[in-house]
Design a protein around this ligand. Structure first.
Ligand SMILES: Cc1ncc(COP(=O)(O)O)c(C=O)c1O
Length: 399
């Protein structure tokens, strides 16, 4: 059998740790390794395979569109791109759409848009207030926008114009706002930072402050969008509307595609301001269209909300029974189990061994973000494995 791990060690540029498994196939919530062992996938490519692996809707759209039209240039009109743009506008509070290929690129476009708006409508304001522990991607500007020092330090000098404040602290945003500020950029729930859920009043207070100050609110819904948190978009859960929103991950259930959406008043791009060879190509947007339609038509955001209530109760059970679990937090199908010590890597390894893929979102927290199509039986199966492993890693079962 080919030793793929040896080949990786020899020829691949390592940018992160991998789990010791070579995956070769996926279907629904399960993936299989090269030895034929099955795993329940509660990581879903970091909340990306929204319809699970190789969903027929995705496979059929890919097959059909790949025989019809894969890519032209954005200097010509193509149909799936405009169908998806219309669908996103119809189901959100935003008015205009531009497509890119990754979350980081969508966020770059959002910041460019905010800066151009600042130049035209706020006396050249260019600074973006971001949150500590936020994550917006890996381009130079987006590592700068992100709140984690270790992602940035090796790559200095970093672009200017980003300031950071603690998440869930409206007073800190107020203190950081000045005549240079053009936007506040936040995740409604911080995903990579550890599934940090702000207080209910936080986003409404940020919205009010942005309105008072004539500053844009950019919501990065790259991870929280498309039903993940129990509404089509997480902003809908807090009763506010962003001026700009970015989307990626779940939009096409694993096919690379992202989008930046803006309200009319700040959709200030004009020809030659932005562009991308692959952005909004017919293949990816056709899949995106079919996936988003499926999510809406099958009520998957409401299902995620219901699953979330079930998960919350089951995870609180773990907290009650196990010393190792000191808290749980999340919304819909995005949850973190907080551990009393930095044992998340052991928990992830133990789960993998027993056929469950989860992720150590922090050294002391394990994230669960299964596909939106996960069944109650699959949730139970995953939770049973998790409890067994947490018990083993924790040493004993009861509090
Ligand atoms: C909230 C958020 N924004 C942006 C990104 C970056 O997306 P991508 O990896 O597609 O560039 C991520 C990825 O985890 C994310 O969670």
């Amino acid at each position: 059998m080919t030793d793929w791990r040896e080949i990786e060690a020899r020829v691949f540029m390592r940018t992160g740790k991998r789990l010791p498994v070579v995956l070769v196939r996926g279907e629904g919530v399960r993936v299989w390794d090269e030895d034929g062992k099955a795993y329940l996938d509660f990581f879903a490519g970091t909340a990306t395979t929204s319809l699970g692996h190789c969903h027929p809707v995705v496979a059929d759209a890919l097959a059909e569109q790949s025989r019809t039209l894969i890519l032209t240039s954005n200097v010509m009109y193509t149909v799936p791109q405009l169908q998806l743009a219309e669908l996103l506008v119809e189901h959100s509070c935003l008015d205009r759409v531009y497509f890119a290929n990754s979350g980081a690129e969508a966020n770059e476009a959002a910041v460019k848009l905010a800066r151009k708006w600042g130049r035209e409508h706020r006396n050249g304001a260019f600074e973006v207030i971001c949150a500590q522990e936020g994550f917006h991607g890996r381009t130079l500007a987006m590592i700068t926008a992100s709140g984690t020092a270790k992602y940035k330090e090796p790559f200095a000098p970093l672009p200017p114009g980003f300031v950071h404040v603690p998440f869930n602290d409206i007073e800190a945003i107020k203190r950081a706002t000045n005549e240079r500020t053009c936007a506040v950029m936040l995740e409604p729930v911080q995903g990579e930072g550890g599934v940090n859920v702000p207080d209910d009043g936080y986003l409404p207070a940020v919205r009010r402050w942005c309105d008072e100050q004539n500053v844009l609110l950019i919501l990065d819904e790259v991870q929280t969008g498309f039903g993940r948190c129990g509404a089509l978009f997480a902003y809908q859960l807090s009763g506010i509307e962003p001026d700009i929103m970015t989307l990626a991950k779940g939009i096409a259930s694993g096919v690379p595609l992202s989008a930046v959406l803006a309200k009319e008043h700040c959709a200030v791009f004009t020809p030659s301001d932005h562009g991308s060879t692959f952005g909004g190509n017919p293949l990816a947007t056709r899949v995106g269209y079919e996936v988003v339609r499926y999510i809406i038509d099958h009520g998957l955001p409401a299902k995620a909300a219901e699953d979330g209530r079930y998960l919350e109760q089951r995870l609180h059970g773990l907290e009650d029974r196990l010393d190792l679990v000191t808290g749980v937090r999340g919304k819909g199908l995005l949850w973190a189990v907080q551990l009393s010590r930095e044992a998340a890597e052991h928990v992830v390894a133990g789960c993998l061994e027993r056929g469950l893929i989860v992720n150590n979102v922090r050294p002391d927290a394990v994230r669960l973000c299964p596909p939106l199509i996960v069944s109650r039986e699959e949730l139970d199966e995953g939770l049973e494995i998790l409890e067994r492993v947490l018990t083993e890693v924790g040493g004993q079962a009861t509090k």
